[in-house]
Ligand binder design. Structure first.
Ligand code: FE2
Ligand code: FE2
Length: 303
């Protein structure tokens, strides 16, 4: 696959320019960025002990469809236990402060994806190391949004084509930022930032590659589900839970998502919590998408 090209610059929260717009992301260019990062101890903090994160996380999983998913206190305790060792490098966790202050929607979205992807991973596998990795990916999957203008992130009207490109830039920006801060351009977290809008049939972005890593797929599905059931700046009405699950099921039928993770999402949404591999999925559609749904709609630009 050809190396990808940045449409916009990538900078840190402190405004340090890492790569200019127009840069082709070759292995050499990325290595240069990684080597800019000074050696030495980077202090990390436990995500649940940082600021109000633990409290904010508990609050957001008590709302909407998350109430049913996290209905058992033992499930909540399990999520807290699994993420109790999740450490995030200080400059990266500061991005959560940035979103909390400037774009609350993104902040809460990140926390919900964090909780949901941890639970999906727990449902799908037992491998402690893979599970641990997954708990770190949720909080950082959208870190590249620090490189998207806030007026685009918070816009209440449909995005123009240029604005959509600006938004899509968060995938590659997140990839570069994580490669830089973690000094690893091939690590799982950088990969999640880059691939979490890709699809199994190649219909996603930024590369249109075939999504193959089941651990990335967990973030993809958690991200999509939260996007559908949450009201967003440009879509005041959210999908109801049934319609959101139907939409995600339809995507699996079209080959965009894998069935395993979709079944895991459906099983945690059922009151009886069946095993995901015994979960029978109905493809009958009964829900109705919300009115004023402008999800994915792009308007032509003026002039
Ligand atoms: Fe994203
Ligand atoms: Fe996201």
């Amino acid at each position: 696959m050809n190396p990808l090209r940045l449409q916009y610059p990538v900078h840190t929260l402190d405004g340090e320019l890492l790569l200019e717009a127009g840069t082709t992301l070759t292995a050499e260019r990325l290595e240069e960025v990684v080597s800019k990062r000074k050696e030495g101890e980077v202090s990390s903090v436990s995500i649940l002990a940082y600021g109000t994160i633990r409290q904010d996380l508990l609050e957001c999983i008590r709302e909407g469809p998350y109430r049913l998913i996290f209905d058992e206190p033992s499930i909540v305790e399990e999520i807290l236990r699994l993420s109790s060792n999740t450490q995030i490098a200080l400059p990266l966790i500061r991005t959560l402060d940035y979103f909390k202050e400037h774009d609350l929607y993104t902040y809460l979205h990140i926390l919900k994806v964090f909780a949901l992807s941890t639970l999906l991973a727990r449902t799908l596998f037992d491998d402690a190391e893979a599970l641990h990795m997954e708990t770190t990916a949720g909080p950082l999957h959208d870190v590249g949004k620090i490189c998207v203008p806030l007026q685009v992130l918070k816009k209440t009207d449909p995005l123009t084509r240029t604005e959509r490109k600006m938004l899509e830039h968060h995938t590659l920006a997140g990839y570069v930022l994580l490669a830089y801060y973690l000094r690893d351009r091939e690590g799982f977290l950088a990969k999640v930032a880059k691939e979490h809008h890709e699809r199994k049939d190649g219909s996603g972005y930024p590369a249109g590659m075939l999504l193959e890593d089941p651990n990335v797929e967990i973030i993809v599905v958690a991200d999509l589900y939260d996007a559908l059931i949450s009201s967003r700046p440009y879509r005041p009405m959210a999908y109801d839970n049934r319609t959101a699950l139907e939409e995600i099921t339809r995507m699996a039928s079209r080959g965009e998502l894998g069935w395993e993770v979709v079944k895991a999402l459906i099983s945690i949404n059922r009151r009886t919590k069946p095993r995901y591999d015994e979960c029978v999925v109905s493809t009958e559609e009964r829900g109705t998408p919300p009115e004023e749904n402008v999800y994915g709609i792009v308007v032509e630009e003026d002039g």
